[in-house]
Every structure is written in C-alpha cells, then in structure tokens.
Design a binder for this molecule. Sequence first.
Ligand SMILES: Cc1cc2nc3c(=O)[nH]c(=O)nc-3n(C[C@H](O)[C@H](O)[C@H](O)COP(=O)(O)O)c2cc1C
Length: 278
Amino acid sequence: MSKIVIDREKCTLCHACLETCPFHLFFVEGSQVRTRREEECMACGHCISVCPAAAVTHAELDPAGFLPAPETPPISPEALYSFLRSRRSCRVYADKEVSKPILEALIDIGRFAPTGHNRQNFEFIVIQDKVRVQKLSQAAAHFFFHDFIKEVEASPELNPLRRMIPEFRMDYEFALQGRDRIFRGAPVFILRHAPAAVAASVDKCLYAIFHMVMMAEVLGLGTCLNRRFILAAERSPEIAGELPLPAGHKIFGCVTVGFPKLRFHRMPPRKPPNVKWL
Ligand SMILES: Cc1cc2nc3c(=O)[nH]c(=O)nc-3n(C[C@H](O)[C@H](O)[C@H](O)COP(=O)(O)O)c2cc1C
C-alpha cells in the first residue's frame, strides 16, 4: 500500500511535488501524478508543504503537525542582523533557576534543526540538578586543568594548546577555591549526543544546539557553547560514568543555559572576512 497518497480531486497538476522531492519519487503518468520507490522516502514532508491544494498526505506524517508557513520571512534582514550580532556568550549568570517549561521549549526548537537524510535522531541530556552540575564542573575542572595539562605537556599533537597552560593553572586555582571555571555558574547545561561513527554527527549536533541558543536569546536567557566539558567527558572515565550516554554515542554539543546577570550594551566589531570569490 502506498504511504504517499495524492487526492486526485484536489490535485491541480502543478507538479510542485515533482520539482521539490529530493529523490524524484513523483512522476506523471497520463494525466495523473504518481509515486514510485517509496521505500527511499525520508519523510521530509516537502511534498506536503509545497502543495498549494493540500492534495498530498503521508502515512508517517500527521497532517495536524503541519502548521501554516508564513508568506514572507517573519523577521526583517535588519532585525535578524541585529539579533545575530547582539548574541554574546554568557559567562556571568544571575542566581535564578530556569524552569522546566523553558528548557522544554529549547529542546523543542532543537528538533527543527536540519539532520542528514532527515533522520531526526535527536538525543539530549539536560543537567539541571544543582548538585550534579557542581559535581560535574569540579570533575571536569580537575581533569581539564590538572590531568589534561600533563597530557598537553607530553603530547606533540597537543602542542597548540601549550600556550594555554598558564590559563589552565590559574583556572585550577580558582576551581580549588570552589569557583565554577567550566560552566561559569550556569544553573543548567544541555548535551547533544549522537553516534560517534557517523561523520555528520558533529554538524547536526551543533545545528540543534544553535537553534536552542537562538531561542534562548529571545526568551531572555544567556548561553555559552562549551568545548571544555566535551573534551573532559571524552577523556575522563569518571565524568563519562556520570552521563547516561548510549553505547557508541559521543557528545558533540554542549551549551550552558541561565539568566544573564549582565547586559551587553555594545556589539563588538569582528575581523574582516577572508573570502575567495570564484
Ligand atoms: C565550538 C565552540 C566551543 C566553545 N567552547 C567554549 C568553552 O569551552 N568555554 C567558554 O567559555 N566559551 C566557549 N566558546 C565560546 C567562544 O569563546 C565565543 O563564542 C567567542 O569568544 C566569541 O564570543 P561571543 O560568543 O560572545 O560573540 C565556544 C565557542 C564555540 C563556537
């Protein structure tokens, strides 16, 4: 039985479904649009979204899940430019908890990031328990600023990190005084993980994380991407043991979330782009 159904009464033969389908599953036979090789369909929903007559349905896609798309981009170029330019990493957080509905809103929008072959294999770990956040911060600080320094000193491969050793030593002193030098006092951090063996995992994790970062901004939250914790979790069995990661999965995205204590009054300049126009 066909999982893609075209309502002949509604179809106007505009062929938009033919044009949009990435796998060319639609074709014309006589005066009808038909489908073939449906087993290759990745259920991206382009055919349904693009049909002006709402003539296409898909057995795996709930019609109620399709919301009306805006006719024109809902954000002006100027507003988007200003929004993207004003986003800054937050490393100073207010002493205020982030509620679960807010965190759920972040995860929700993370699901709409692109994934290779529309796999949507989104898996997140949200660490919102204060004691757990602190424990993992301390463990990561010990690993990063103490154990990892020895690795950096011994390994020629890690040579580029050598210039950071004085900074790591200072961070270690701070961490010993109980200051959070990993998550910078953020009440929550979110991990996005995916199969280690899949080459595109790193991209799709960062896309999802950045969707969440954008939503956090408009909800008045501050965020900061965190590579330090990923490195620590990758190399320290103690930290990895605290995280419910499925076998074969790796963390590819980590972001801290909390309400910012400080407001940025100015947007900084950046280096001019290095572009080759061909
Ligand atoms: C992949 C990646 C990893 C990062 N890891 C860290 C981190 O571990 N700790 C941290 O404080 N900032 C981290 N950052 C934030 C950068 O330092 C920050 O984006 C950069 O300095 C520019 O500042 P802005 O985000 O405020 O514009 C990371 C950023 C990226 C893109």
